[in-house]
Design a protein around this ligand. Sequence first.
Ligand code: SAM
Length: 248
Amino acid sequence: RGTVVLAATPIGNTADASARLVALLEHADIVAAEDTRRLYALANRLGVHVGGSVVAYHDHNEREKADGLLDRVEAGATVLVVSDAGMPTINDPGLTVVRRAIERGLPVTCAPGPSAVLDALALSGLPTDRFCYEGFLPRKHAERMQYLRAMRGERRTMVFYETLHRIAESMDDLLEAFGPDRRMALCRELTKDYEQVRRGTIAEIRDGVAADPPRGEMVLVVAGASDEEAQAAAPAALSVEDLAVLAV
Ligand code: SAM
């Protein structure tokens, strides 16, 4: 039997490609890539010859492709799974092949590397001991507000992916949901030449976004709720007296 190998690819800086990724690109029997042109462009920048066959494996064909790839693994092939940037499965294709491999009892491993989640979290300066990754916020204002309001009492540092098209609206909504004073970081163009991290309160970052709209790819990292904020957001808890009454 072969193996499924998920491999992280650079999120901006080609030099972040691991030696293991390079070797896998050269030697894997099959490379399942989110976008085959982007895979070849990366291989080109790395000066690597992709040795195996390359197949498109993206959100729209994951289900149909996964079992065929796994049949090849069963027959002994090494199947490398890569997305356009960062870690496969993190807001990117890959999860279906992992799940199906587990179901079929086939080996899966990972060649880890860059991912914008951990890069932004580490650079934010906010607590890293407990955090939650929230992916992209809902697109529509009403859903986004509902979602953010439900997170008011979240104690962990929160990591959101965001796009330049929605950043201004999302900052308004973050301010409305969490108030002006929570600390946050807006991390953009990570690992690239124009990497920038803006740190401050939600109000400060919101004003900065309005005055100087950030371009490129970005991640928002927002501090978790303080004790008081968490308490204010929690549904009224039963007191010891209440419990004593209920116990009677
Ligand atoms: N799989 C990727 C990962 O592990 O980070 C994430 C893919 S997701 C489709 C793309 C989003 O990741 C972008 O919209 C942005 O929020 C974030 N992202 C990716 N690369 C980034 C970078 N260099 N700087 C800041 N954010 C980045």
